[in-house]
Design a protein. Structure first.
Lengths: 123, 111
């Protein structure tokens, strides 16, 4: 069964850090690019970052570049999002998602999603 | 990195067809055939409905179709059913720096 399970969310103060994890099962993790997407309560979807299947490239939205780092451990079938210098506007549900193409440049067809983990940044 | 433009709402009666637009620019929607559409029911994760403008993943009913003309992509839902009532989002690959840009979302109501 193909499954993505996020963890690591919580309530943190502005300026602090948090690391999200996404445990993957049911498919060959190292063949797929992976994305983080977030959704502010009651609002729309916001693409955050992606990392290629072989870790050779990673890209970020302007709003998080320089503060967030996406990484993966293909030996542990796990995707990460290190979030530093958190701001109130980073409050959201964070989803990890699999890009549907195999060993190619991601094309933003995200065919498998986790259930999301909630991050709240508040003083 | 500007968001794609979608109408905030759309509606139709059961059995009818409805089309949701997703307007971008010549740097994203117009430049690449990498537009995807997602359906999201309240409290649920998004679900991929269309990828690469017009391709349907297995399991998605053929009532859902996608197209593109110039800088605007469209999602058409034919033969509307009550379970189609949801939020729909488009996203396009946006070229330089491999960025992804979502639309603001469209709430589809089945009357």
């Amino acid at each position: 069964q193909v499954q993505l399970v996020e963890s690591g969310g919580g309530v943190v103060q502005p300026g602090t850090s948090l690391r999200l994890s996404c445990a993957v099962s049911g498919f060959t993790f190292n063949s797929y690019a992976m994305h983080w997407v977030r959704q502010t309560p009651g609002k729309g979807l916001d693409w955050v970052a992606h990392i290629w299947h072989d870790e050779s490239n990673r890209y970020y939205a302007d709003s998080v570049r320089g503060r967030f780092t996406i990484s993966r451990d293909n030996s542990k079938n796990t995707l990460y999002l290190q979030m530093n210098s958190l701001r109130a506007e980073d409050t959201a549900v964070y989803y990890c998602a699999r890009d549907s193409v195999i060993r190619q440049v991601p094309k933003y067809g995200m065919d498998v999603w986790g259930q999301g983990t909630t991050v709240t940044v508040s003083s | 990195q500007s968001a794609l433009t979608q109408p905030p709402s759309a509606s139709g009666s059961p059995g009818q067809s409805v089309t949701i637009s997703c307007a971008g620019t010549s740097s994203d929607v117009g430049a690449y055939n990498y537009v995807s559409w997602y359906q999201q029911h309240p409290g649920k994760a998004p679900k991929l409905m269309i990828y690469e403008v017009s391709k349907r993943p297995s399991g998605v009913p053929d009532r859902f179709s996608g197209s593109k003309s110039g800088n605007t992509a469209s999602l058409t839902v034919s033969g509307l059913q009550t379970e189609d009532e949801a939020d729909y989002y488009c996203i396009s690959y946006a070229g330089s720096n491999n960025l992804g840009v979502f639309g603001g979302g469209t709430k589809l109501t089945v009357l």
